[in-house]
Design a protein around this ligand. Structure first.
Ligand code: PMP
Length: 292
Protein backbone atom coordinates (compact mmCIF):
# COMPACT_ATOMS: atom_id res chain seq x y z
CA UNK A 1 0.00 0.00 0.00
CA UNK A 2 1.40 3.38 -0.98
CA UNK A 3 0.99 6.78 0.60
CA UNK A 4 -2.58 7.56 1.63
CA UNK A 5 -3.93 10.87 0.34
CA UNK A 6 -7.03 12.63 1.62
CA UNK A 7 -9.31 13.52 -1.28
CA UNK A 8 -12.79 14.92 -0.69
CA UNK A 9 -13.62 12.97 2.43
CA UNK A 10 -11.82 9.74 1.62
CA UNK A 11 -8.34 8.34 2.07
CA UNK A 12 -7.11 6.95 -1.25
CA UNK A 13 -3.89 5.38 -2.40
CA UNK A 14 -1.59 7.98 -4.00
CA UNK A 15 -1.95 6.38 -7.45
CA UNK A 16 -5.73 6.83 -7.23
CA UNK A 17 -5.55 10.40 -5.93
CA UNK A 18 -6.72 12.17 -9.10
CA UNK A 19 -8.75 15.25 -9.94
CA UNK A 20 -10.77 16.12 -13.03
CA UNK A 21 -9.29 17.96 -16.01
CA UNK A 22 -12.26 20.34 -15.59
CA UNK A 23 -11.18 21.40 -12.10
CA UNK A 24 -10.62 25.15 -12.13
CA UNK A 25 -7.61 24.66 -9.90
CA UNK A 26 -5.97 23.09 -12.95
CA UNK A 27 -7.61 25.22 -15.66
CA UNK A 28 -7.07 28.60 -13.99
CA UNK A 29 -5.05 28.19 -10.81
CA UNK A 30 -8.29 28.95 -9.00
CA UNK A 31 -7.68 27.62 -5.51
CA UNK A 32 -5.45 27.83 -2.46
CA UNK A 33 -2.77 25.85 -0.72
CA UNK A 34 -0.84 25.57 2.51
CA UNK A 35 2.53 24.04 3.30
CA UNK A 36 2.62 22.84 6.91
CA UNK A 37 5.05 20.78 8.97
CA UNK A 38 4.75 18.23 11.71
CA UNK A 39 7.63 17.83 14.13
CA UNK A 40 7.97 15.15 16.71
CA UNK A 41 4.29 14.12 16.62
CA UNK A 42 2.88 17.67 16.59
CA UNK A 43 1.59 19.85 13.76
CA UNK A 44 3.32 23.21 13.99
CA UNK A 45 1.04 26.26 14.22
CA UNK A 46 -1.92 24.53 12.57
CA UNK A 47 -4.52 27.13 13.68
CA UNK A 48 -2.43 29.88 12.06
CA UNK A 49 -2.14 27.92 8.79
CA UNK A 50 -5.89 27.30 8.81
CA UNK A 51 -6.62 30.98 9.48
CA UNK A 52 -4.48 31.94 6.47
CA UNK A 53 -6.20 29.32 4.30
CA UNK A 54 -9.74 30.28 5.34
CA UNK A 55 -8.99 34.01 5.05
CA UNK A 56 -7.68 33.40 1.53
CA UNK A 57 -10.84 31.43 0.74
CA UNK A 58 -12.95 34.33 2.01
CA UNK A 59 -11.07 36.71 -0.29
CA UNK A 60 -11.68 34.37 -3.25
CA UNK A 61 -15.31 33.78 -2.25
CA UNK A 62 -14.56 30.08 -2.10
CA UNK A 63 -16.57 28.11 0.45
CA UNK A 64 -14.37 25.39 1.89
CA UNK A 65 -16.74 22.45 2.48
CA UNK A 66 -15.15 21.59 5.85
CA UNK A 67 -15.09 23.58 9.07
CA UNK A 68 -11.65 24.29 10.56
CA UNK A 69 -12.32 21.54 13.14
CA UNK A 70 -13.22 19.04 10.40
CA UNK A 71 -10.16 20.09 8.40
CA UNK A 72 -7.96 19.55 11.47
CA UNK A 73 -9.45 16.09 11.97
CA UNK A 74 -8.96 15.22 8.27
CA UNK A 75 -5.33 16.30 8.47
CA UNK A 76 -4.58 14.36 11.65
CA UNK A 77 -6.36 11.31 10.26
CA UNK A 78 -4.17 11.46 7.12
CA UNK A 79 -0.98 11.72 9.17
CA UNK A 80 -2.06 8.75 11.30
CA UNK A 81 -2.96 6.67 8.23
CA UNK A 82 0.60 7.18 7.01
CA UNK A 83 2.11 6.66 10.47
CA UNK A 84 3.95 9.95 10.28
CA UNK A 85 5.34 11.97 13.18
CA UNK A 86 7.63 14.29 11.18
CA UNK A 87 6.12 15.37 7.91
CA UNK A 88 5.61 17.97 5.25
CA UNK A 89 1.90 18.51 4.69
CA UNK A 90 0.35 20.03 1.59
CA UNK A 91 -3.23 21.13 1.91
CA UNK A 92 -4.97 22.15 -1.33
CA UNK A 93 -8.44 23.52 -1.89
CA UNK A 94 -9.49 23.93 -5.50
CA UNK A 95 -12.55 25.68 -6.90
CA UNK A 96 -13.67 22.29 -8.17
CA UNK A 97 -15.13 21.01 -11.41
CA UNK A 98 -16.81 23.50 -13.73
CA UNK A 99 -17.08 24.26 -17.42
CA UNK A 100 -14.42 25.87 -19.59
CA UNK A 101 -15.41 29.44 -18.71
CA UNK A 102 -13.97 31.46 -15.84
CA UNK A 103 -17.20 31.75 -13.87
CA UNK A 104 -16.71 30.04 -10.49
CA UNK A 105 -20.49 29.82 -10.01
CA UNK A 106 -20.28 26.87 -12.44
CA UNK A 107 -18.12 25.02 -9.91
CA UNK A 108 -20.56 23.84 -7.24
CA UNK A 109 -18.17 21.79 -5.14
CA UNK A 110 -14.63 22.78 -4.13
CA UNK A 111 -12.18 19.90 -3.74
CA UNK A 112 -10.05 19.35 -0.65
CA UNK A 113 -6.76 17.49 -0.93
CA UNK A 114 -4.33 16.70 1.89
CA UNK A 115 -0.98 15.15 1.06
CA UNK A 116 1.34 14.16 3.88
CA UNK A 117 4.87 13.18 3.01
CA UNK A 118 8.05 12.49 4.85
CA UNK A 119 10.08 15.64 4.90
CA UNK A 120 13.11 16.16 2.65
CA UNK A 121 15.36 18.31 4.85
CA UNK A 122 17.54 21.09 3.45
CA UNK A 123 21.23 20.21 3.29
CA UNK A 124 23.04 20.91 6.57
CA UNK A 125 25.55 23.14 4.74
CA UNK A 126 22.77 25.68 4.04
CA UNK A 127 22.53 26.29 7.80
CA UNK A 128 26.24 26.01 8.52
CA UNK A 129 27.56 28.22 5.73
CA UNK A 130 24.51 30.18 4.58
CA UNK A 131 22.86 30.70 1.21
CA UNK A 132 23.91 32.75 -1.79
CA UNK A 133 21.04 34.79 -3.21
CA UNK A 134 20.39 36.88 -6.27
CA UNK A 135 17.84 39.62 -6.78
CA UNK A 136 15.40 38.35 -9.39
CA UNK A 137 14.30 40.59 -12.26
CA UNK A 138 10.75 39.18 -12.01
CA UNK A 139 8.87 41.51 -9.67
CA UNK A 140 6.46 40.24 -7.02
CA UNK A 141 2.80 40.56 -7.97
CA UNK A 142 1.49 44.04 -7.40
CA UNK A 143 -0.89 43.74 -4.42
CA UNK A 144 -3.31 45.96 -6.30
CA UNK A 145 -3.64 43.17 -8.87
CA UNK A 146 -3.35 40.05 -6.70
CA UNK A 147 -2.78 40.20 -2.97
CA UNK A 148 0.38 38.20 -2.16
CA UNK A 149 -1.22 37.37 1.18
CA UNK A 150 -3.55 34.98 -0.65
CA UNK A 151 -1.60 31.74 -0.99
CA UNK A 152 -3.30 30.84 -4.23
CA UNK A 153 -2.58 28.04 -6.67
CA UNK A 154 -1.44 30.77 -9.06
CA UNK A 155 2.30 30.75 -8.30
CA UNK A 156 3.65 31.61 -11.75
CA UNK A 157 5.12 34.86 -10.50
CA UNK A 158 7.31 32.97 -8.02
CA UNK A 159 8.04 30.16 -10.49
CA UNK A 160 9.44 32.65 -13.03
CA UNK A 161 11.68 34.08 -10.32
CA UNK A 162 12.65 30.57 -9.18
CA UNK A 163 13.84 29.79 -12.72
CA UNK A 164 16.13 32.83 -12.52
CA UNK A 165 17.70 31.51 -9.31
CA UNK A 166 18.22 28.09 -10.89
CA UNK A 167 19.85 29.75 -13.89
CA UNK A 168 22.16 31.62 -11.51
CA UNK A 169 22.95 28.42 -9.59
CA UNK A 170 21.62 29.67 -6.24
CA UNK A 171 18.87 28.19 -4.06
CA UNK A 172 16.75 31.32 -3.48
CA UNK A 173 16.26 34.84 -4.79
CA UNK A 174 14.93 38.17 -3.62
CA UNK A 175 11.79 39.50 -5.27
CA UNK A 176 11.12 43.24 -5.32
CA UNK A 177 7.81 45.02 -5.36
CA UNK A 178 6.88 46.90 -8.54
CA UNK A 179 8.34 50.06 -6.98
CA UNK A 180 11.62 48.40 -6.10
CA UNK A 181 11.31 47.57 -2.41
CA UNK A 182 12.44 44.18 -1.14
CA UNK A 183 9.27 42.08 -0.73
CA UNK A 184 10.34 38.50 0.00
CA UNK A 185 11.95 35.50 -1.70
CA UNK A 186 10.34 33.01 -4.08
CA UNK A 187 9.18 30.78 -1.21
CA UNK A 188 10.50 32.44 1.94
CA UNK A 189 10.27 35.71 3.86
CA UNK A 190 13.37 37.83 4.42
CA UNK A 191 14.90 39.50 7.49
CA UNK A 192 17.89 41.80 8.01
CA UNK A 193 19.89 42.54 11.13
CA UNK A 194 21.32 46.05 11.13
CA UNK A 195 22.77 47.89 14.14
CA UNK A 196 21.41 45.15 16.42
CA UNK A 197 17.86 45.63 15.11
CA UNK A 198 15.78 43.06 13.27
CA UNK A 199 13.98 44.37 10.18
CA UNK A 200 11.53 42.67 7.82
CA UNK A 201 9.38 44.18 5.05
CA UNK A 202 5.81 45.08 6.06
CA UNK A 203 3.01 42.98 4.55
CA UNK A 204 1.64 45.85 2.44
CA UNK A 205 4.72 45.72 0.20
CA UNK A 206 3.21 42.52 -1.26
CA UNK A 207 4.48 39.40 0.47
CA UNK A 208 3.02 36.39 2.19
CA UNK A 209 2.25 36.66 5.91
CA UNK A 210 4.57 33.74 6.65
CA UNK A 211 3.79 31.62 9.69
CA UNK A 212 7.54 31.24 10.32
CA UNK A 213 7.99 35.01 9.90
CA UNK A 214 5.40 35.64 12.60
CA UNK A 215 6.96 33.05 14.95
CA UNK A 216 10.43 34.60 14.47
CA UNK A 217 9.12 38.11 15.21
CA UNK A 218 7.58 36.77 18.44
CA UNK A 219 10.79 34.96 19.42
CA UNK A 220 12.93 38.03 18.70
CA UNK A 221 10.70 40.22 20.86
CA UNK A 222 10.86 37.63 23.68
CA UNK A 223 14.65 37.78 23.44
CA UNK A 224 14.57 41.55 23.72
CA UNK A 225 15.74 42.09 20.13
CA UNK A 226 14.26 45.30 18.75
CA UNK A 227 12.15 44.30 15.74
CA UNK A 228 10.36 46.40 13.16
CA UNK A 229 8.59 46.11 9.82
CA UNK A 230 10.16 48.60 7.43
CA UNK A 231 10.51 49.14 3.72
CA UNK A 232 14.04 48.71 2.39
CA UNK A 233 15.84 48.28 -0.91
CA UNK A 234 18.66 45.96 -2.00
CA UNK A 235 21.28 48.56 -0.99
CA UNK A 236 20.21 48.06 2.65
CA UNK A 237 20.48 44.30 2.21
CA UNK A 238 24.08 44.63 0.97
CA UNK A 239 25.08 46.78 3.94
CA UNK A 240 23.21 44.76 6.61
CA UNK A 241 25.15 42.92 9.31
CA UNK A 242 23.10 39.75 8.80
CA UNK A 243 20.40 38.45 6.51
CA UNK A 244 18.25 35.35 6.91
CA UNK A 245 15.17 33.77 5.36
CA UNK A 246 12.20 32.10 7.01
CA UNK A 247 9.76 29.52 5.72
CA UNK A 248 8.06 26.28 6.67
CA UNK A 249 10.56 24.18 4.71
CA UNK A 250 13.66 26.32 5.31
CA UNK A 251 12.85 27.24 8.95
CA UNK A 252 15.42 29.98 9.68
CA UNK A 253 18.29 29.90 7.20
CA UNK A 254 21.17 32.38 6.90
CA UNK A 255 21.90 34.20 3.62
CA UNK A 256 25.54 35.27 3.35
CA UNK A 257 26.01 36.55 -0.19
CA UNK A 258 23.50 38.64 -2.14
CA UNK A 259 24.18 39.60 -5.77
CA UNK A 260 27.86 38.86 -5.21
CA UNK A 261 28.13 41.08 -2.10
CA UNK A 262 29.11 39.43 1.18
CA UNK A 263 26.64 40.29 3.93
CA UNK A 264 28.56 41.33 7.05
CA UNK A 265 31.62 39.09 7.19
CA UNK A 266 30.02 36.60 4.78
CA UNK A 267 29.28 34.09 7.53
CA UNK A 268 26.05 33.29 9.40
CA UNK A 269 25.74 35.86 12.18
CA UNK A 270 24.97 35.57 15.91
CA UNK A 271 21.40 36.94 15.80
CA UNK A 272 20.52 34.49 13.01
CA UNK A 273 22.00 31.62 15.04
CA UNK A 274 20.13 32.62 18.20
CA UNK A 275 16.82 32.89 16.36
CA UNK A 276 17.35 29.65 14.48
CA UNK A 277 17.98 27.82 17.78
CA UNK A 278 14.94 29.43 19.40
CA UNK A 279 12.79 28.51 16.41
CA UNK A 280 13.98 24.88 16.33
CA UNK A 281 13.25 24.61 20.08
CA UNK A 282 9.75 26.01 19.47
CA UNK A 283 9.02 23.43 16.76
CA UNK A 284 9.83 20.64 19.20
CA UNK A 285 7.50 21.85 21.92
CA UNK A 286 4.62 23.66 20.25
CA UNK A 287 1.82 22.23 18.11
CA UNK A 288 -1.33 20.15 17.71
CA UNK A 289 -0.69 16.53 18.81
CA UNK A 290 -1.23 13.95 16.06
CA UNK A 291 -1.71 11.09 18.52
CA UNK A 292 -3.60 12.43 21.54
N1 PMP B 1 6.65 33.64 0.91
C1 PMP B 1 6.17 32.82 -0.04
C2 PMP B 1 5.93 33.36 -1.39
C3 PMP B 1 5.92 31.47 0.26
O1 PMP B 1 5.43 30.65 -0.67
C4 PMP B 1 6.20 30.98 1.56
C5 PMP B 1 5.99 29.52 1.88
N2 PMP B 1 4.67 29.23 2.22
C6 PMP B 1 6.69 31.87 2.52
C7 PMP B 1 6.91 33.20 2.15
C8 PMP B 1 6.95 31.43 3.93
O2 PMP B 1 5.75 31.24 4.61
P1 PMP B 1 5.60 30.17 5.78
O3 PMP B 1 6.55 30.59 6.86
O4 PMP B 1 4.19 30.27 6.21
O5 PMP B 1 5.96 28.86 5.21
Amino acid sequence: MGLQVYLDGRLVDQQDAKVSVFDHGLLYGDGLFEGIRAYNGRVFRLPQHLDRLYNGAKALRLDIPLSKEEMTEALLQTLRANELTDAYIRMVVTRGVGDLGLDPRKCPKPSVIIITASIALYPEEFYEHGLRLITCSTRRNDPAALDAGIKSLNYLNNILAKMETTEAGVPEGIMLSTDGYVAECTGDNIFLVADGRLITPPLHVGNLAGITREAVIELAREQGIETSEELFRTKEVYSADECFLTGTAAEVVPAVVVDGRAIGDGKPGPVTKTLREAFVALTQSDGTPIYP
